[in-house]
Design a binder for this molecule. Structure first.
Ligand SMILES: [Zn+2]
Ligand SMILES: [Zn+2]
Length: 210
């Protein structure tokens, strides 16, 4: 670990947060020396003040993922599984324009779509089992861990976090709504997080999470 000089004890008064220009800075990161506002300021286990990036980089603790980050990650994951089908439909249109016979083209194209979707599903499983990420979560640099911060097993994520909540949701739409709305809780844990004893945190770039 390398620290810069002790942060000035006189708190900056007119300085602005490096990430939020509208917020006034409340501290200086002890690692990179950038100004941080209350929202970006984290105190490490060593008692030093950090900006969120350095806090994660130094392995000082975990930071909950933002609601927006989780929302976009979900959207990406739901969309990406259909990508091969969009590709297949596109190909089908191209071939029909080229007057390729219906019977000749539709079989292989459906197979292509199916294989593509399967490949993405397998890749998602691989990512999840490796470090609790999906393609969407990887893009948003967030990951799923147990409430105590430890690794989550693939089975726990699949069954408790996806299968059961998905099943309950298809039985009763209200469940899905409540599940999703619980993100506005203080600890941002949805029903599926409670069932699986998980939380979603920001991944640190230097621990191989991203
Ligand atoms: Zn910093
Ligand atoms: Zn800030």
């Amino acid at each position: 670990m390398h620290f810069q000089n002790e942060p000035a004890s006189s708190e900056p008064t007119s300085a602005r947060c490096a990430k939020h220009p509208s917020a006034s800075a409340t501290t200086i990161c002890s690692r990179c020396g950038s100004y941080a506002c209350t929202q970006c300021q984290y105190v490490g286990v060593n008692g030093q003040d950090y900006c969120v990036d350095c806090f994660l980089r130094e392995g000082q603790g975990q930071v909950l993922a933002g609601r927006g980050e989780r929302f976009i990650a979900n959207l990406v994951d739901q969309f990406i599984i259909f990508l091969p089908w969009f590709g297949a439909v596109f190909l089908e249109v191209l071939l029909s324009e080229a007057n390729v016979e219906q019977g000749v083209r539709s079989g292989p194209i459906s197979l292509l779509g199916l294989l593509g979707t399967l490949a993405i599903a397998v890749y998602q499983l691989y990512l999840v089992s490796r470090n609790g990420q999906t393609i969407g979560k990887r893009m948003m640099k967030i990951r799923v861990v147990r409430t105590d911060g430890s690794r989550v097993s693939l089975g726990r994520i699949l069954v408790l976090r996806n299968l059961i909540p998905g099943g309950l949701g298809s039985l009763c739409g209200l469940f899905s709504l409540i599940d999703a709305l619980l993100i506005f809780n203080e600890d941002r844990r949805c029903v599926h997080d409670m069932l699986a004893d998980t939380k979603v945190i920001k991944a640190s770039s230097e621990s191989g999470d991203v």
